[in-house]
Design a protein around this ligand. Structure first.
Ligand code: DX5
Ligand code: ZN
Length: 218
């Protein structure tokens, strides 16, 4: 299903009101809920452990997509699966063996995805596509919301799309997605768009019509 999906990142939500924030974005038409997990080591920021993700779960009626920016990652897969992730994505760069990591995610009965940082080539996914339900192409360096979109990633999206061919694999984009950049990434072949600061402003969900425009403009 390559229809366009919007996955708001709750990294930009009001941290004192996650339940209400999740319900609000879903009421406004969010397709997925994107959860950014950071370890203060792989990326220079810290966010949500498995108990936090478990607390989000009952509020998510759509699909909970858990982006693990942690290294090493394998030891935590089971905990995030048990916390209720529908999909777990792990970075190609997290090491040591992305193939093993993807197998471990699928062994938990959870959808699996690989994430490529801006400097990681498209060809990295060539031998692991059959283990992937999604390829996440970062369009900023991971760690923070509100950064500027890196345009050279558009070429990478096209290359990954060509490699995927007929396989049922989503291409997700994360970082700097706005009403200006969204059409560019969709044209290049992306179909799942993460959006943090474009959806939440000042720590709570934007006025519904603003959020609505973000969705429908894409
Ligand atoms: C960055 C995170 C993103 C981030 C996107 O490391 O993976 O999901 O929240 O934020 P925006 O949409 O503001 O660039
Ligand atoms: Zn993310």
């Amino acid at each position: 299903d390559r229809s366009i999906k919007i996955a708001p990142s709750i990294l930009s939500a009001d941290f004192a009101n996650f339940g209400a924030e999740i319900r609000a974005i879903e009421a406004e038409g969010a397709d997925w809920v994107h959860v950014d997990v950071m370890d203060g080591h792989f990326v220079p920021n810290l966010t949500f452990g498995p108990p936090a993700v478990k607390a989000f779960r009952p509020h998510v009626k759509t699909f909970m997509d858990v982006h693990l920016m942690i290294s090493p990652v394998d030891a935590y897969i089971e905990a995030y699966a048990e916390a209720g992730a529908d999909m777990i994505t792990a970075h190609f760069e997290a090491g040591p063996h992305i193939h093993r990591t993807l197998q471990a995610i699928r062994a938990q009965g959870v959808k699996a995805g690989v994430v490529l940082n801006p400097a990681t080539p498209a060809e990295s996914v060539e031998h692991i596509l059959d283990l992937c339900d999604m390829v996440l192409i970062m369009t900023v360096n991971p760690g923070f919301g509100g950064q500027k979109f890196i345009p050279s990633c558009l070429d990478k999206i096209r290359r990954v799309r060509a490699m995927i061919g007929d396989r049922p694999v989503h291409i997700q984009i994360d970082g700097g997605v706005t009403t200006e950049t969204a059409p560019l990434v969709v044209e290049a072949g992306a179909n799942v768009l993460v959006a943090g600061s474009a959806v939440f402003k000042g720590g709570s969900v934007e006025a519904p019509e603003v959020y609505g425009r973000n969705i429908r403009a894409i």
